[in-house]
Ligand binder design. Structure first.
Ligand SMILES: O=C(O)CCC(=O)C(=O)O
Length: 310
């Protein structure tokens, strides 16, 4: 069987985007979403949290509690994984034209998505410590890219992204350690990389902006210390469709042993541009939407709502 892959003829704008992204490891696309598109996604966030689109797995309590307001509801969630599994609006956002335009320039004419995450991050919620997304999603071909869609204005105060420009270039995955820093969600933190915090730039953006970043780019976010409100963002992850994705290998003594890791190809993916050369491998459902446990009863002795002095 032969597969015809589309050739990539880039517009001048796409070339500019690709050059900036290659040099800096990120790209900020302002006004990528209209006000109406942002509002539609915000409305969907409430429906997801209220359980109107089906129950969400994980340790968090999903679904609206008796008498609970939208604000009280949203404040219970830091992050929901794989919202596109229950929401058509989030699913459609995977292939937003601004995302297709950018990633077909920066990655490949053939692009697949494997993950979505919905950060709600109300005031008082923690940030995410330094990491590279490739630590979690092993593409290995350096094509992994996050598309971070701002659903609120993101500011230093409410916990915007911080990025170390150019940190993707060595293509090295820095060692990680479990951190004990209460500013951050309980997780691993990248250590001993040759950059200082002073080199990081805050990515303050307006709602409707998309921040694209490479899977090897070091990034973090600080806690939301605003007095009220949220710092909502829908983050989708993508890679070149030409590469296998050895993610979530099956249990021992099954496919991984039989085929070897190099042949493993996670197939719970959505093709958002071009052609999938491995379409004949088929597709499967491995994930369902779930609430990320944000530390309650975990690494911070149950403390996740951070207290700040005025
Ligand atoms: O939005 C955030 O606070 C962090 C997002 C992030 O680190 C990621 O998507 O990899």
């Amino acid at each position: 069987m032969t597969t015809t892959l589309p050739t990539n003829i880039l517009t001048d704008k796409q070339r500019e985007i690709a050059d900036f992204y290659a040099e800096n490891g990120y790209y900020v696309y302002p006004d990528a979403l209209s006000t109406d598109e942002v509002q539609q996604l915000r409305d969907e966030v409430v429906r997801i949290c209220a359980g109107e689109l089906g129950s969400i797995g994980g340790k968090g309590v999903s679904g609206r509690l008796e008498g609970e307001s939208d604000d009280e509801l949203l404040r219970r969630f830091l992050c929901i994984h794989f919202p596109h599994k229950i929401s058509d609006v989030m699913f459609d956002a995977l292939a937003h034209p601004a995302i297709v335009e950018t990633l077909t320039a920066c990655i490949s004419p053939n692009v697949k998505a494997m993950q979505s995450m919905l950060f709600i991050k109300a005031s008082g919620k923690p940030g995410q410590a330094w990491h590279q997304d490739e630590d979690y999603i092993p593409t290995r071909d350096r094509s992994l890219s996050g598309a971070w869609i701002a659903l609120d204005d993101a500011t230093i105060e409410n916990g915007c992204l911080w990025i170390i420009p150019g940190s993707h270039k060595p293509g090295i995955l820095w060692d990680q350690d479990w951190h004990a820093d209460k500013r951050f969600d309980c997780s691993w933190e990248s250590q001993n990389f040759p950059y200082s915090d002073d080199e990081a730039v805050p990515v303050e953006v307006k709602a409707g902006t998309i921040v694209f970043f490479n899977g090897y780019t070091l990034h973090r976010s600080l806690p939301n210390v605003a007095k009220s409100g949220y710092r909502r963002a829908l983050v989708n992850h993508y890679m070149s469709a030409e590469s296998f994705l050895p993610w979530h290998p099956p249990r021992p003594n099954t496919e991984a042993d039989r085929m070897g890791m190099a042949k493993l190809d996670y197939r719970d993916v959505v093709v958002i541009a071009g052609t999938d050369p491995y379409a004949h491998h088929g597709y499967e459902t491995r994930q369902t939407a779930f609430v990320r446990p944000d530390g309650k009863g975990g690494c911070f002795n149950g403390q996740t709502e951070l207290e700040y002095d005025d």
